[in-house]
Design a protein around this ligand. Structure first.
Ligand code: FEO
Ligand code: CA
Ligand code: CA
Ligand code: CA
Length: 748
């Protein structure tokens, strides 16, 4: 399936990239009708640019309190100049933040979430992760609380809830002597399983500084064992029936949660990313399911579970109890509908999941209408009263697609402060249309509807879709059917708070080639134009080594637009790489980066925060966060890259490069400790406090080296004085809080 060896992939791409898209993507024959609108790009339901939203719109506050529209309050000024000095690249095991700012660790792996839970010893002996912070802190959102701590206040900047993902594990450090091989001891699995999922934790200013409150009644863990309900188009569908839920209306748990979203009604969205790898399938399962062309086999293969695939952690070997058995998705039962085994269990993962962070009593929803794939973030287009909502999403695997969900319901501004948040989610997220993006060489693009109404889907020979639930569950196959554009691993997306333009981090792609061979490689195209070796040395196989950030502008500024225009905001590169083939954005040493991943706009300032998860430029620097002042689609120029093929013939590819960033429009703001990824960012509504996650420092560790702290790549944050262990500490994923020393806005 893959031409590169695993070590090659990891060297270029980090640990969590996967590629299962081997479709041919036949060219589409559907005629796409462009629904161009004359509506002003800047027209929106909440005031206008330059007007303070909270003062300009009368909203009914339901249930009292000071709820108001959780939407950008400040005009975005693209003339903003960055005020901080750039942070130098570094490979030291420290967290460096720009001069004039202070970064403090407040919430690390294992920190207790109840008053009765013991402090984290960080020696591998800790248990009870249901009541502790999970591992691998990832995407994160802040939800304001009122001063009394009794409920929501969207303007609450002194007290709030952080809802965050715990994507994965550095499993060796969770146990005293590292991981025991299969069969896994139940005691180890029982630590590893709940160390995944989501945590909700109260943070509050104490003496002017944020700390987390381990005794807060809002604190909560959501794990791979937490009951959830299936909502949307796939609810009750035959493909969702399991031994756990014979109705197909319920499911259990969430896993590998990566990016996040903040809904206009004040709930948390979490994306399930590399879920497939946690499950195993027997080497003879294809035959049990009816052979290689059986629908379920085609679906499993397309989603990364070929027969014989081993599970990431071997939890299915930890015992016969259901909580272990469910990780084996082989067809073992005799029922016709799969209600006596877990053959359909994989269909219950791969969604955007909605949680009301303020209310533990509300059932958690899997929003199946938004499609099933390796989700990253979920970013809303600017809400406009009386118009549908749009949710932008990406599928992070090599050669996968960019998606948009458009709600059937039109936005009602009163829903910014609803009496019931999670049923408001039902209103907007359970009914609507799912689209996939096709990028054209001329700088335009189309959104293609993924439903049985699209002829190429209804007639797709590779996989005979039964209904729209089948289309949503197998969104990747539907994207194949309509010839969607294969992208360089769509990571987070984010929407600029004023322009409404949509930005996607395309983190990197080792399978992007000038001359692709085999079905898993992709040729260079206008939107994914680079394939090169790692400058200045040629240590890696050619591909898009450093990634880029593409941006899109909907026709007429409409959430429901069928067409868009695009360009590339930034191409990641080393500053010393070729300016004509690689460093197309002319990044300087203060700006250069590789593998953009986390991507977020401050609603307060409109500044763009770019976080990296890199395995290519790590000879020169640890992962980082930059701050940018982006312009708009079309502010740069068309640029042609020239390649020479093996036979000496030429291949030219013309892309669209956004304005090259001036020194005061893009700067490195933070560099993390060794062997980490920077991911997850959110801020208080006043824009004066930013929270960032440092994921998996020192994750490269073997069982043999657990006993020797000198062999750990990182000791952060213990070596920075946080928690037990000091200079010899086991490294921990952790949340930091960043403030400007003069109390001002972050970055501006
Ligand atoms: Fe979890 Fe695609 O990063
Ligand atoms: Ca290099
Ligand atoms: Ca990510
Ligand atoms: Ca990543």
């Amino acid at each position: 399936m893959n031409a590169m060896t695993k070590p090659e992939q990891q060297a270029v791409q980090g640990h969590d990239s996967e590629d299962f898209n081997t479709s041919n993507n036949p060219s589409i024959t559907d005629v796409i009708e462009a629904r161009l609108s004359r509506r002003s790009l800047f027209k929106a339901g909440f005031g206008t640019a330059g007007t303070a939203v909270l003062g300009s719109v009368a909203l009914t506050a339901c249930g009292g309190g000071s709820d108001a529209a959780p939407l950008p309050a400040a005009p975005v000024d693209t003339s903003i100049k960055l005020s901080f000095p750039a942070v130098a690249k570094s490979t030291a095991d420290v967290l460096s933040v720009a001069s004039g700012y202070t970064a403090t660790v407040i919430y690390g792996l294992g920190d207790p979430l109840t008053a009765a839970t013991p402090e984290f010893k960080n020696d591998g002996s800790d248990t009870d992760y249901d009541n502790r912070a999970g591992d691998h802190h990832d995407g994160m959102e802040y939800f304001g609380l009122n001063a009394a701590g009794t409920g929501r206040d969207v303007n609450g900047s002194d007290r709030g809830l952080l809802a965050m993902n715990h994507e994965a594990l550095t499993d060796q450090f969770l146990h005293v002597a590292g991981v025991t091989a299969n069969p896994r001891p139940a005691a180890e699995a029982d630590k590893e399983i709940p160390a995944h999922g989501v945590s909700i934790v109260e943070v509050r200013k104490v003496s002017g500084k944020f700390a987390y409150d381990k005794a807060s009644s809002f604190n909560r863990r959501i794990t791979p064992l937490t009951p959830m309900q299936v909502n949307g188009v796939a609810r009750g569908n035959a493909l969702m029936k399991t031994k756990f839920s014979t109705s197909g209306n319920d499911c259990r748990g969430t896993i590998n949660n990566c990016g996040t979203g903040y809904t206009p009604w004040g709930t948390f969205l979490t994306g399930e990313e590399n879920w497939a790898g946690y499950f195993t399938r027997s080497a003879t399962d294809d035959a049990a399911r009816g052979g290689a062309t059986a629908k379920s086999v085609v679906s499993l293969n397309r989603n990364g579970r070929a027969q014989g695939a081993a599970s990431r952690h071997g939890w299915e070997t930890a015992g016969t109890a259901d909580k272990y058995a469910r990780w084996n998705i082989s067809q073992t039962g005799t029922s016709a509908d799969g209600t006596d085994d877990y053959r359909n269990e994989l269909n219950t993962f791969g969604y955007i999941v909605e949680i009301d962070p303020y209310d533990k009593t509300q059932a958690i929803r899997k929003r199946t209408s938004l499609g099933r794939f390796a989700h990253e973030s979920a970013a809303f287009g600017k809400p406009a009263a009386g118009k549908p909502l749009a949710v932008y999403q990406g599928d992070d695997s090599r050669g996968e697609y960019i998606y948009k969900f458009v709600s059937a319901a039109s936005w009602d501004a009163a829903d910014a402060s609803p009496a019931n948040r999670i049923t408001t989610g039902d209103k907007y997220l359970d009914n609507g249309k799912l689209y996939v993006a096709k990028f054209n060489a001329d700088g335009t693009g189309q959104w293609i509807e993924l439903s049985m109404a699209t002829a190429a889907i209804a007639n797709y020979a590779t996989y005979r879709f039964a209904d729209n639930a089948d289309v949503a569950i197998n969104a990747r196959l539907a994207g194949d059917a309509v010839g969607a554009t294969k992208m360089d691993r769509p990571e987070w997306c984010a929407v600029h708070p004023t322009t409404g333009e949509i930005y996607y981090a395309l983190t990197n792609n080792a399978n992007r080639k000038v001359e692709p061979s085999g079905s898993s490689q992709q040729g260079v195209d206008a939107a994914n134009p680079r394939a090169y070796t790692d400058a200045p040395t040629a240590a890696s196989a050619p591909g898009n080594i450093n990634g880029h950030i593409i941006r899109m502008k909907e026709a007429g500024g409409e959430n429901a637009a069928a067409t868009f225009t695009w360009d590339v905001y930034l191409f990641g590169a080393q500053s010393d790489a070729s300016l004509t083939q690689v460093n197309l954005s002319a990044l300087t040493a203060d700006q250069d980066f590789s593998s953009p991943d986390g991507l977020w706009f401050s609603p307060k300032t409109g500044l763009c925060f770019i976080q990296t998860d890199d395995g290519a430029y790590t000879d020169a620097t640890n992962c980082m966060m930059l701050v940018g002042v982006p312009g708009q689609v079309g502010d740069g120029a068309a640029t042609t890259l020239s390649y020479t093929k093996a036979d000496g013939s030429k291949l030219d590819v013309t892309t669209r490069v956004g304005a090259k960033p001036a020194a005061d429009k893009l700067r490195r703001f933070l560099v993390g400790p060794k062997d980490c990824e920077i991911t997850g960012i959110t801020e208080t509504p006043d824009g004066k406090t930013v929270f960032v996650n440092i994921q998996h420092p020192g994750e490269t560790i073997t069982k043999a080296n657990i006993a020797d702290p000198a062999k750990y790549l990182s000791h952060w944050p213990g070596n920075a004085g946080y928690g037990a262990g000091g200079a010899n500490a086991r490294p921990r994923s952790a949340t930091i809080v960043i403030t400007k020393n003069d109390g001002g806005l972050i970055g501006a």
